[in-house]
Design a protein around this ligand. Structure first.
Ligand code: IPD
Ligand code: CA
Length: 269
């Protein structure tokens, strides 16, 4: 395996340390499925523990950096230009239901740009990493490249949605119904960060989602771009890390997928 840069080594160490604890917790979750309430509280505690481990590790290595975390929110350090963006379990519902498709996502934003990203899937022991300008990799040195498929009908597209809001549902239903007439192989796998890592790896050809947060997508956006894919907001030219809506594809189908989503938005309005 090629040597990781100092910054990636710090991030990988933190992700793996939290991953070791989470994989033990994931084993416990199975035992808790039979109770009526299920393992919800246990998983919330696991989520927080994972975030604490990552926070401590990163803080030890870079005491001045700031943080943006799913569970604890913002922690501003002396250095406001460098921000760790952390999702301690992405795919929480998969984790809670014993489905082995969830991950830890850590990104470093420096002066407004995502410069490093690590996505670790402990259940499959797959670690995806990227640094700005140097490519995206799967641990073991495998360079990641987005796929080359250019016909939507041959593409596998992933998406996500959440919440119980009726307006959001009708928009999603419109998007879905327009999409499947051109791209019938649509997936909803339950981890936005892994969806993006899979676009980078060429496993998925595209991914889109609305109402998404920076910690879900920050590391994955860098992975996709470093793998030669395209990422943008769906609705305008704003930064997809913070816009809350995202479309990420190989560099062949971005325009076609975007056109469908725009038309669906108009129809749902
Ligand atoms: C969720 C997952 C899911 C996506 C949701 C996210 P969480 O994150 O990434 O795939 O559809 O929008 O909130 O809650 O599992 O960390
Ligand atoms: Ca998440």
């Amino acid at each position: 395996m090629a040597t990781l840069s100092p910054i990636l080594s710090i991030m990988v160490r933190a992700a793996e340390k939290a991953g070791r604890v989470l994989i033990r917790d994931f084993g416990e979750v199975e035992q808790l499925q039979v109770s009526r309430k299920g393992p919800a509280d246990f998983v919330t505690a696991a989520d927080k523990r994972s975030e604490e481990i990552i926070f401590e590790e990163l803080k030890k290595a870079k005491p001045d950096f700031s943080f943006l975390m799913e569970e604890s929110g913002e922690v501003t350090g002396n250095d406001k230009d460098n921000i760790w963006i952390i999702d301690p379990i992405d795919g929480t519902h998969n984790f809670m239901h014993g489905i082995p498709h969830w991950c830890i996502s850590i990104a470093l934003q420096s002066k407004g740009k995502i410069v490093a990203g690590v996505i670790y899937d402990p259940a499959k022991d797959e670690l995806f990493h990227a640094e700005k300008g140097t490519g995206a990799f799967l641990r073991g040195n495998k360079r990641l490249r987005a796929s080359g498929r250019n016909q939507l009908e041959n593409c596998v597209i992933s998406t996500g949605y959440g919440g119980m809001d009726k307006q959001r549902h009708s928009q999603f239903v419109e998007e879905f119904s327009q999409l499947i007439t051109q791209a019938p192989m649509v997936r909803r796998m339950g981890s936005a960060a892994l969806d993006l890592a899979y676009v980078a790896a060429g496993r998925l050809d595209g991914y889109f989602e609305r109402h998404i947060k920076a910690w879900d997508v920050a590391a994955g956006i860098l992975l996709v771009r470093e793998a030669g894919g395209m990422v943008s907001s769906i609705d305008d030219g704003s930064d997809p890390v913070y816009s809350g809506n995202i479309i990420a594809t190989n560099n062949q189908i971005h325009g076609d997928l975007h056109k469908i989503l725009k038309s669906a938005k108009q129809k749902a309005a």
